[in-house]
Design a protein around this ligand. Structure first.
Ligand code: AHR
Length: 500
């Protein structure tokens, strides 16, 4: 038996809803087909946005959406994507499959989509191949209320009122696809570009995000911070957030493997590599601590998730992959880690929303399936805007390869807005169930309700069998006083809501 100790009286921090954020790039069939089908499509849509997809994402309470990239962001020129669609420029999407991008989904369409979703907006600007003027004018186009060339252009394009932009990324992966810069050079570019990301809307200042490291490139974090934090007495800080990208690749040396065909060793290897996220957060945060002593700057994990070989027969540049119970575990483990680090991690965006990498939704023509990852996000939504509770779980090491052992269980616990204690536990074992005894210090449990995502480790949803993996009600637990005895099955992600 494994004890899970929870102290409902000891809150550790606020869980920003944005920890469950998403990312949508002009890549493969994410935007086109996945989210946007155009007003004239036979697929049911509202102003071009797929009704089925929007409905599913609203149910999951998508809190924030990042757009337009990714690597695409540093090649994107926003003016190409506004105004009458017939006259919008066509371009080649050089990063992703060399396909024609007709720019029919641009700024106004993104705003429409996020309005339908009821979520916050995270726009990623172009530093790699764009000018300061271009970035500055984009912000003016979107957010300036008064009379100005860009505000007038927005009005002429049919939107009188400015939009609210919540987050703005100043470049993406500028150490690589975003311009191959050095940390010091980018740090200075960041200072310059962000100066012109003006806060026209005093009530809702834009949260500015600097491009952070790729995985364990700690020199990047240190170098960017050294340049970007240097300021005179009279200057304000330049940075609200610093990003971090880390993908789970099941193998070392960049080998990825199939999304659905893997052995037990690869299962544990994948989960072990996912758990590395915790070390990354700790070490990047420790560097930030040197520069940001007041803990004001957020760590923004704006790209994470599994990255496998593409599905056989699909365009290698489209990054289309299936999603199994293994992905459900990867999602649950990461979301638990983000919760536990909510003092520093202010936003995280899984890559990517629809049809690309670890998606929550897959589409094929008019058909749509919710992936196991979707169901995990849908369960974890109870943590949104909740208070993290002090908790600790006993674990043992499991696995089939000594070098890749993992703890059998991970957890996070919060006090929800509904006054309930929300417990999420992942069982990383491919084969074993465990008994977990949750003890809520000095707090009797009045009632419990459970839901679970579980299945054979390769189980996944297809367009013919869309509900092989879904959220099921979970009842294999007993309460007595301040304890809940839970029998958690192998390979599962569990959510328990306890009334106290
Ligand atoms: O998500 C796919 C790509 O991964 C993004 O465009 C880029 O930022 C990262 O390398």
């Amino acid at each position: 038996m494994f004890n899970l100790y929870i102290n409902p009286k000891n809150t550790k921090g606020h869980i920003n809803p944005e920890l469950q954020g998403h990312f949508s790039e002009h890549l493969g069939r994410c935007i086109y087909e996945g989210l946007y089908v155009g007003e004239n499509s036979e697929i049911p849509n509202v102003n071009g946005m797929r009704k089925d997809v929007v409905e599913a994402l609203k149910e999951m309470q998508i809190p924030v959406l990042r757009w337009p990239g990714g690597c695409f962001a540093d090649e994107y020129h926003w003016r190409d994507g506004v105004g009458p669609k017939e006259t919008r420029k066509k371009m080649i999407n050089t990063h992703w499959g060399g396909v024609v991008e007709d720019n029919s989904f641009g700024t106004n369409e993104f705003m429409e989509l996020t309005e339908q979703l009821g979520c916050k907006r995270y726009i990623n600007g172009n530093v790699g191949s764009g000018t300061v003027q271009e970035m500055s004018e984009w912000v003016e186009y979107m957010t300036f209320k008064g009379v100005s060339p860009m505000a007038d252009m927005r009005k002429a394009n049919g939107h009188e009122e400015p939009w609210q932009v919540d987050y703005f990324g100043v470049g993406n992966e500028n150490w690589g696809c975003g311009g191959n810069m050095t940390p010091d050079f980018y740090g200075n570019m960041y200072r310059r570009y962000q100066t012109y990301v003006r806060n026209y809307d005093g009530a809702h200042p834009i949260y500015k995000i600097a491009c952070g490291a790729n995985a364990d490139d700690y020199d990047w974090t240190d170098g960017v911070c050294a340049a970007a934090f240097r300021k005179a007495e009279w200057q304000h800080g330049f940075m609200d957030g610093l990003s971090l990208h880390y993908y789970t690749l099941p193998f070392d040396w960049g080998k990825k493997g199939s999304a659905t065909d893997f052995d037990e060793k690869t299962w544990y290897q994948t989960l072990s590599k996912t758990l590395f996220m915790e070390e990354l957060i700790n070490r990047h945060a420790a560097i930030l601590d040197k520069y940001d002593k007041d803990h004001k700057v957020g760590l923004i994990v704006d790209e994470w998730g599994t990255w496998y070989d593409v599905e056989p027969g699909t365009n290698p540049g489209f990054l289309y992959q299936q999603n199994t119970v293994r992905d459900a575990l990867v999602a649950g483990i990461n979301l638990n880690i983000f919760n536990k680090h909510c003092d520093r991690v202010r936003m995280a965006n899984i890559a990517q929303l629809v049809n690309v990498l670890q998606s929550v939704i897959l589409t094929e023509g008019p058909k749509m399936v919710k992936t196991p990852t979707y169901h995990v996000f849908n369960m974890y939504k109870h943590h949104q805007d909740a208070e993290l509770l002090d908790s600790f779980i006993e674990t043992e090491k499991i696995g089939v390869d000594e070098k890749r052992m993992v703890p059998n269980l991970t957890e996070s616990v919060s006090l929800g807005k509904d006054g309930k204690v929300h417990i999420t536990i992942t069982n990383l074992s491919a084969t074993n169930g465990y008994e977990v005894r949750a003890v809520l210090a000095d707090t009797p449990v009045k009632a419990v309700c459970g839901e679970i995502v579980t299945g054979e480790i390769h189980a996944h949803n297809t367009f013919d069998a869309p509900e092989t993996v879904k959220t099921e009600s979970f009842t294999d637990m007993k309460t007595s006083g301040n304890e809940i005895c839970i029998n958690i099955p192998a390979a599962s992600v569990l959510h328990i809501a306890a009334e106290i």
